[in-house]
Structures are given as C-alpha cells and as structure tokens.
Design a protein around this ligand. Structure first.
Ligand code: EPU
Length: 356
C-alpha cells in the first residue's frame, strides 16, 4: 500500500471532540480490511510488551486524561451496503462512517427510521457501544447485527441485537467484551412501513399529531432543537452529555419529587425512576460555572465545554465539582457517560481523583 498507516508520538487533538492535546505512543489508521494482518501483528507486539490498546472512533465521547502509552487504533473503515426485502431496508454500514451523515443520507434517500438520531456526533462503530439514543429512539431499536474483530482470539465475529445486551447507554461492549473488540460494521433494519416517533418532550410540542408528520419534518425539528441547545464541538470542544441521567429507587425519586414538584422524573418499567442530570446540575446553579478553561455550558447544564484552552485536568476538576454539588444537594451520584482514558486505558473519574 506504500503509505504508512502508523504514526508515532501522535497528537490526538484532532481526534477527540474536547480538543485535548494528548498524545498516543502509536496510532494506526485502520482504513481497509487488507491491513488486518499488519494490525494483528502490531496488536501482538503491544500485548507482549504489556502496552494498552485503545479502539477509537470519532472521539466524540472520550476524555484523554493523559498521554496514551500504547496503541490507538483509529477506525476509518468506510462503505454502506444497501439491500432490501419486501418489508425492510437493510443497511450494513462500515464502522468509520460518520453517524450524522448516515442519518442525513438515509432520510434524503427516503429510507426512514433514523431521523430522531440526527446530529449525534460520532462514527457508526461507536453507536452500539453506548447504545446512542435521543428523542425516544435508541440504536437498539434499529440495529440487527454488530460485526467485530475479537482482538484476543483474532477472529471475525457477529452479535445479534439480543446478544448485544443493549440497555440505557450500555451494551456488552462496555461490559464482558470491553477492551477486546474492534467493531467493523453495524447492520440496521429500517421497515418500509415507517412509524413516526414524536412523543418525546420538545418533539411532541412541535408535532402534536403523528398522523401527518413526515420523517423529513422530524429530522428538521431534531436538528433545530439540538443546534439550539447543544454546542457544536468544532466551535466549542465538548462530548455531548457528560453524565448519564441517573436511575434512582422509587423511594428516592418520590422523596425528591415531594420537595421539588417541577423535577423531571421518568418512571421506568421496573419501578425505578430516571432523573434528568441536566436539571439537577442546573438546580445547583452551575450553568456557566468555570474551572480553568472548562465550563458548564450556559444553555444545557449536562454538557461540559472546553472554552478554548482547557486541560484535561480542568475538565476533571469541573466534573468532580459538579458531581459533589449534586451529591450534596440531592443525594444522587452522577455517573459519567464520557469515557475517561488515562495512560493505561479506560478509567473513571473516581479513580483519577484518587490518583492525584
Ligand atoms: N434541563 C434543565 N436544565 C438543563 C438541562 C436540562 O432544566 O440545563 C431539563 C430539561 O428542561 C428537561 C430535562 O432536564 O426537562 C431533560 O433535558 P433534555 O430533554 O435536554 O435531555 P437530557 O436528558 O439532558 C438526553 C440525552 C441526550 C439526548 C436528549 C434528547 C442522556 C445522558 N442524554 O439529554 O443525549 O440528545 O436526551 O433525547 O441520556 C448524549 O448522550 O450525548 C446526548 C446529547
């Protein structure tokens, strides 16, 4: 192939939406399957040297806390394969394809079902990992298969929707298969008999009736709502929702509601209650709160931003401050949705704070 796909001591600034200037010891651009033997050799070498391996998609949900001491595999596999049966469109989408572009393209081609998930930054391969979701739809509702390379036994494998163990911002790729999977493609099944979903929050107030609304209209509304509330990462570094919406016991949910009648609370099927982390942070008066170059976004408290020259430590300190304030005021512990990566691989906010 001539051109080398491996970079040494490479800046990751362009590869994470927080624009943190961390470095990777090695970075491999994985563009086509023919590179697989070369990649597997490199992986073996890393394993024998006990160096960590990180699979990176669009970097839109990642906080690099330190320089990464091992191999970063940047997944850049491209291509969309379309087929259909009498009832459905089937799309097999390579992991490096841009998710928001895919949504836009499908809507334009008259293939509907992804419109609620418009403008979610990131690549297709990352979508199943955290089961991306917005406005009443999650990836699990449209994904039928995930293809991946098992980095331990070096085999190509597939998982069905059920096997992926999708849950709220969660899947098997964050659990049992964490750190051993490189997702290569995702299959999506989109019924030709399209059903609109606009019962969620703001969408409902815009489209009161599901009878006449079109997929293009939902797409336009979602794009408008998101652009109004969420900062564009290419202008202000951020990683979308920084924390997950916490799920608390029915008892705590009820108790909080009795003190804060206007608190958003989404009852879950199992009796627990999902709260809005953005609301909790907002109630602590933290919109606009700044530590160093990191700030809580002024319009959506669930988003932490890099105001220009934030270090990862600024973001970590701010995240910790937010977590402590919410804990003190509401006795609710926020878990971060953003992946924290230190020199050795994935870590947590608690761990990073313990280490300093
Ligand atoms: N709220 C406030 N103040 C704020 C932010 C939110 O009072 O600063 C209130 C809102 O008024 C609303 C509630 O909190 O009553 C929930 O807010 P919103 O509808 O904006 O959604 P969210 O819970 O903050 C979730 C997802 C988003 C997704 C939206 C729309 C998570 C962690 N976040 O946000 O996903 O786009 O719903 O479906 O589940 C992401 O994961 O990166 C992401 C952006």
């Amino acid at each position: 192939m001539g051109q080398t796909m491996i970079e040494k001591n490479c800046s990751l600034k362009a590869f994470n939406s927080f624009s943190i200037d961390a470095r990777a010891h090695l970075l491999f651009h994985f563009k086509q399957h023919s590179q697989l033997p070369e990649l597997l050799t490199l992986i073996k070498q890393m394993q024998s040297e006990k160096k960590p391996i990180l699979v990176l998609g669009g970097g839109s949900n990642t906080l690099f806390c330190e320089d990464f001491s091992g191999l970063v595999i940047k997944v850049e596999l491209m291509g969309v394969d379309k087929s259909e049966d009498p009832e459905n469109y089937l799309l097999t989408v390579a992991a490096g394809e841009d998710w928001p572009q895919l949504v836009e393209d499908t809507v334009q081609q008259g293939i509907y079902g992804l419109e609620n998930l418009a403008l979610i930054p990131g690549v297709v391969g990352a979508a199943p990992v955290q089961n991306i979701g917005a406005y009443g739809i999650e990836l699990k509702d449209v994904c039928t298969r995930v293809d991946y390379i098992d980095l331990i036994d070096e085999e190509l494998k597939s998982l069905s929707n059920e096997d992926c163990l999708f849950a709220y911002r969660d899947s098997i790729f964050k659990g049992e298969l964490k750190d051993r999977v490189l997702i290569t493609s995702v299959e999506l099944k989109l019924p030709k008999q399209w059903q609109p979903h606009c019962r969620y929050g703001l969408l409902q107030s815009i489209h009161e009736t599901e009878e006449t609304v079109s997929a293009q209209q939902i797409f336009n509304s979602v794009c408008r709502i998101r652009s109004e509330k969420l900062p564009d990462p290419s202008v202000l570094g951020n990683a979308g929702s920084f924390f997950k919406n916490p799920i608390v016991s029915e008892h705590l949910g009820g108790q909080l509601l009795s003190h804060h009648a206007d608190m958003p609370l989404y009852p879950q099927a199992d009796g627990t209650a999902k709260l809005a982390a953005g609301w909790l942070i907002d109630q602590c008066g933290l919109k606009g709160k700044q530590i160093g170059g990191a700030a809580v976004h002024k319009d959506q408290a669930l988003v932490l931003i890099n105001t220009g020259n934030a270090t990862s430590q600024d973001i970590i300190d701010l995240a910790w401050f937010v977590r402590e304030q919410v804990l003190q005021k509401f006795a609710v512990l926020l878990e971060h949705e953003v992946r924290f990566i230190d020199a050795q691989g994935e870590t947590t906010l608690q761990q990073v704070m313990k280490d300093v």
